[in-house]
Design a binder for this molecule. Structure first.
Ligand SMILES: *Cc1c(COP(=O)(O)O)cnc(C)c1O
Length: 394
């Protein structure tokens, strides 16, 4: 049977690995040689789960969406990651990584951020642990994501502008990597999705796997079986999806559905639909699918949702796509906005626009009435209110 988890070198099929400059070897090797042992220790597990329970507010509910189910003729459940502290799943990973940093004896935290969501989740856990936090962010993103910049500052983080290139996420990532190379002894780099060199994709997936671990228990209570027919999530880098799929990857009876951002349309040149448009290459130290020109320049992605606006996908997802294990859809800005509005009106839940993409799949394919669907409701829509206002003239 095909293996959908990372092998010992961090490969998912042909994707993954660690393609990094030699100067990063010591940092990455230290993490690689210790992460599994640390994560699996009873002491780490106890601290991690205690914080998830008491600080993040886990377990998040698995909610049966009655009206949505009636409308689409299937049994639809929502995994409520929007109810996590800070409003999305990202904090599951940053809690795990800050504990990891402490076990490795690191005294200083760096991160990169695009829209600022991961920066906020990182600044939050640094405040919690009293560790200094430096967040690299493109100058353009700093200007367009002012509320998240303010949040990070309130939380005590320093936001350092990346002024090179297009002054967006990939430039912030380069700055963060440069910082890490220069501070190998005392610094941990918290990456925000299942991307980057091995062991990050596997480590982040394991932290987010708390999502599917809870789904199994909760579904067993509600439906008498621990697995749905389909688990559905939006994919930017792929961390909320990886967490929702994790315990179902090797169970072929569970359909895996991934939804990417088509932006203004796959063929418009303004999209972030990596599975549809990507080719094999190396981004952020990992071999995966990414959007690039024929001479290997990374294409600037576009999506109405900042969290899906990423030119690659994590190697797990590249493998799920090419192996056929996962069913991939792409959804335009317009379709996502309509789906978000519909969820708000039918269930009283305003989703993040990232999350809204996942729900648009209900209009793209049909399900059987007895099918059990679990949607990973990755985040809440408060941060996106201005976008909803402008889009619908509210
Ligand atoms: C960041 C974000 C995403 C996209 O990131 P993944 O790593 O693909 O999960 C999705 N939903 C929300 C609410 C986010 O904040």
């Amino acid at each position: 049977m095909e293996n959908y988890h990372a092998d010992s070198d961090g490969f998912y099929g042909e994707f993954g690995g660690a393609f990094i400059p030699e100067m990063l070897y010591p940092n990455v090797d230290e993490l690689k040689s210790r992460y599994v042992e640390i994560m699996e220790s009873p002491e780490f597990q106890k601290e991690f789960h205690q914080l998830l329970r008491e600080y993040v507010g886990r377990p998040t509910p698995l909610y049966f969406a009655r009206r949505l189910s009636e409308k689409y003729g299937a049994r639809i459940y929502l995994k409520r990651e929007d109810l996590c502290h800070t409003g999305a799943h990202k904090v599951n990973n940053t809690i795990g990584q800050i504990l990891m940093a402490r076990k490795l004896g690191k005294k200083r935290i760096i991160a990169e951020t695009g829209a600022g969501q991961h920066g906020v989740a990182t600044a939050t856990v640094c405040a919690l642990m009293g560790l200094p936090c430096i967040v690299y962010m493109g100058e353009v993103d700093i200007a367009r994501q002012a509320p998240n910049v303010a949040r990070m500052k309130l939380l005590g983080a320093e936001v350092r502008p990346a002024r090179s290139g297009s002054r967006t996420l990939k430039d912030a990532t380069n700055e963060a990597i440069r910082d890490w190379i220069n501070n190998p002894e005392d610094t941990h780099y918290i990456i925000g999705s299942v991307v980057g060199p091995h062991p990050y994709p596997d480590m982040v997936a394991r932290f987010q796997a708390v999502i599917s671990e809870e789904i199994q228990k909760q579904l067993l209570e509600k439906e008498g079986r621990d697995a749905p027919d389909y688990v559905i999530a939006c994919v930017g880098g792929g961390s909320n999806a990886a967490g929702a799929y994790y315990h179902y990857l090797d169970r072929p009876e569970v359909g895996i559905i991934a939804v990417e951002a088509a932006g203004k349309g796959i063929s418009t040149g303004e999209s972030a639909a990596t599975s549809a448009l990507g080719t094999v290459g190396i981004i952020h130290g990992s071999k995966t699918l990414l959007m690039q020109t024929t001479d290997g320049q990374i294409t600037e992605p576009y999506s109405i949702s900042a969290g899906l606006d990423y030119p690659g996908i994590g190697p797990m997802h590249a493998h799920l796509f090419t192996s056929g294990r996962g069913e991939f859809h792409s959804v335009t800005d317009q379709q996502a906005m309509e789906a978000g509005k519909e969820l708000a009106a039918l269930e009283g839940i305003i989703p993040a626009i990232e999350t809204a993409h996942a729900f648009a799949v209900l209009k793209q394919r049909t399900f059987n009435p007895e099918d059990i669907l679990v949607f990973n409701l990755s985040g809440r829509g408060d941060k996106d209110l201005q976008t909803y206002i402008e889009h619908f003239n509210l």
